[in-house]
Design a protein around this ligand. Structure first.
Ligand code: FAD
Ligand code: GLY
Length: 343
């Protein structure tokens, strides 16, 4: 394999860089900020194709990636020597309305209120029953980013942080070089992994969907499952941090947390897990999901023969990272197109 330049140092760019490097490519990652500070930093780290209610081929895609996670994490831990907070903790997806309960109680994974409480103590009165999803889990996305970076450096992947790509310059159907804040950069092939900011470089149908989040600290560490309620999820980390998310806002790159956004999350979180009311708020933040049409990522060929797309992972980019890195690498190294999602 030849030289590959990856635009964007989020989870998708870094995971793909590592997979390509392990196939023998000479890889450079160009990141305008610090790697992993985009959506990858903002995420909750849920690996939740079922709780996210993915359907059809996208559900299968997500389950394939979830199945790849143990091996993928083991490889990263071996190469980096770092923990990634990978935890097969299972998820409780509560039902809060009687009309929903009647429909969802037909689901094979439905459990009633009492069984829900056996899976997790301290659930709120608002919970009528739930889906028990033992195979959905989580990773600590911020720790994972550090492990990806350490691994990338150990493989001699060149990482250019603080370098903005201004323009992808092409000659008919080939990219010739990138105009960047560090001057002109050139490679044999390029991968576009710019998440929610993709449209600033190419006219692709990707738009930002903002998500506000907060965390609280649970000194007792009694919460041991993810609670994935309607319009709010609660993700306990192993160190006692509980991540609560997230709003879904279609208003461009509007910055900041709002009182309404945080109030909405806290009200719902306290109703499904009341102990949160007494926990200290430790952080608030927000991020931008890269939304693509039908919520399906844009992967593979572009209008330019030497530019590959790896963007638009919307709500599930942490989950989809291992399968994306594999598909893009198989495609670039061996021409394999082993997915309906690879264009
Ligand atoms: P990003 O992480 O955004 O990385 C893109 C990078 O490209 C950025 O670092 C950016 O600085 C860089 N870049 C952009 N333009 C340029 C340029 N011109 N030059 C140089 N660099 C550039 N997914 C899950 O699977 N599970 C979850 O629980 C989950 N929770 C989420 C919660 C929230 C609030 C949000 C916002 C997202 C969540 N997601 C979750 C979605 C997931 O975070 C994203 O799908 C994933 O991080 C996308 O990764 P990425 O590498 O494509 O994008
Ligand atoms: N997948 C969780 C979110 O996007 O908020």
């Amino acid at each position: 394999m030849t030289d590959v330049l990856i635009i964007g140092g989020g989870i998708i760019g870094l995971a793909t860089a590592i997979a390509l490097s392990q196939k023998g490519a000479n890889v450079t990652v160009v990141e305008r900020d610090i790697c992993g500070r985009g959506a990858t930093w903002a995420a909750a780290g849920m690996l939740a194709p079922e709780a996210e209610r993915l359907e059809g081929d996208l559900l299968e895609f997500g389950i394939r990636s979830r199945e790849m996670y143990p091996q993928w994490i083991a490889n990263l831990m071996r190469l980096s020597g770092q923990d990634c907070g990978y935890w097969c903790c299972g998820m409780i997806a509560p039902v809060l309305e009687e009309s929903d309960r009647q429909i969802i109680s037909e689901h094979p994974k439905y459990i009633n209120r009492e069984e829900s409480r056996k899976r997790q103590s301290g659930l709120g009165e608002a919970i009528l029953g739930s889906l028990w999803l033992p195979e959905d889990g989580q990773v600590n996305n911020r720790k994972l980013t550090q492990a990806l970076l350490t691994t990338a450096r150990s493989l001699s992947i060149k990482i250019l942080e603080g370098t903005t790509v201004y323009q992808i310059v092409h000659d008919q159907n080939r990219v010739t070089h990138l105009d960047t804040s560090a001057g002109r950069l050139q490679s044999d092939r390029y991968v576009l992994a710019t998440g929610a900011w993709t449209r600033s470089l190419l006219p692709l149908p990707i738009k930002p969907i903002k998500g506000q989040m907060l965390s609280v600290f649970d000194g007792d560490r009694k919460l041991q499952r993810v609670i994935y309620a309607p319009s709010c999820y609660i993700v306990p980390r192993q160190d006692g941090t509980i991540v609560i998310g997230a709003t879904v806002e279609d208003n461009g790159f509007s910055q900041g947390n709002t009182a309404a956004g945080i109030a909405q999350l806290l009200n719902r979180a306290i109703s499904v897990y009341p102990a949160i009311a007494d926990m200290q708020i430790t952080e608030t933040w927000w991020g931008f999901r890269p939304h693509a049409p039908n919520e399906v990522p844009l992967l593979g060929a572009s209008d330019y023969e030497n530019l590959i797309l790896a963007t638009g992972h919307y709500r599930n980019g942490i989950l989809f990272a291992p399968i994306t890195a594999k598909l893009i690498t198989d495609f670039m190294a061996d021409g394999i197109t082993d997915s309906i999602y690879l264009q």
